[in-house]
Design a protein around this ligand. Structure first.
Ligand code: VGL
Ligand code: ZN
Length: 211
């Protein structure tokens, strides 16, 4: 069991937005099933921060922004490998909004990412080129955070990259498996992501193990 210390522990809610939920443009299978788990978890934490994928229309990670390219194709974007996604989480759209079933009352802060149309941003800390900084690291350090518990969508993209950066930045990092789901572009991506995080020392646990 892990005992939550409300002064030092932060719950980080990654991208629990309509476009990643069933019916959305980049729907994660069973993504809606995490919401009740996340709402229960929120009761145990005092420090809760949410990330919001928030792209300008025409973002270069969208297949529709490239003539003749299809969703799922790989391209090079400013030297980086980039999967092309359906248009999603466009600023001002309903798809970019948080699920209306998600409790938002006790959040300290919302951190937006993916605002630069020329680079994708999976992690809540930095863009994929590690040039832009959202300020999340500085904010966490300011609030006295020692441990970060990561949940949300999607496990194999934004949850994983957020957890990897949190770990690298020196936070004791946990991912709560029943409060996340994977996109699974390839069928094993869920397991691959879990194993990668585990091998680096990120702790993988279930919400039942949190007190
Ligand atoms: C995400 C793909 C593109 C995510 C965001 O939140 O996991 N995935 N943009
Ligand atoms: Zn995105």
């Amino acid at each position: 069991m892990v005992q939550i210390n409300p002064e030092n522990d932060v719950l980080l809610l990654v991208d629990i937005q309509n476009d990643f939920l069933p019916g959305g443009s980049l729907a994660v299978k069973d993504g809606d099933q995490i919401i009740s788990v996340v709402n229960e978890l929120q009761l145990k934490f005092k420090k809760i921060i949410a990330t919001q994928d928030f792209h300008p229309a025409g973002h270069k990670s969208f297949a529709a922004s490239h003539d003749g390219k299809e969703i799922g194709e790989m391209i090079k974007l400013d030297g980086l490998d980039q999967v092309l996604w359906p248009s999603h989480c466009v600023q001002g759209s309903l798809g970019a909004e948080f699920s209306n079933k998600l409790k938002t009352e006790s959040w300290l802060k919302v951190v937006q990412k993916g605002l630069n149309e020329n680079v994708d941003s999976y992690s809540g800390f930095y863009d994929n080129a590690k040039r832009g900084d959202t300020g999340l690291n500085a904010y966490l350090k300011e609030t006295g955070a020692k441990r970060v518990f990561v949940v949300g969508l999607a496990l194999d993209y934004c949850v994983k990259f957020t957890a990897l950066d949190a770990h690298e930045l020196g936070f004791d990092t946990f991912v709560i498996t029943d409060a996340t789901r994977a996109v699974n572009l390839r069928p094993n991506d869920h397991e691959i992501a879990i194993n990668e995080m585990k091998s680096l020392g990120i702790q993988i646990l279930s919400s039942q193990e949190i007190n």
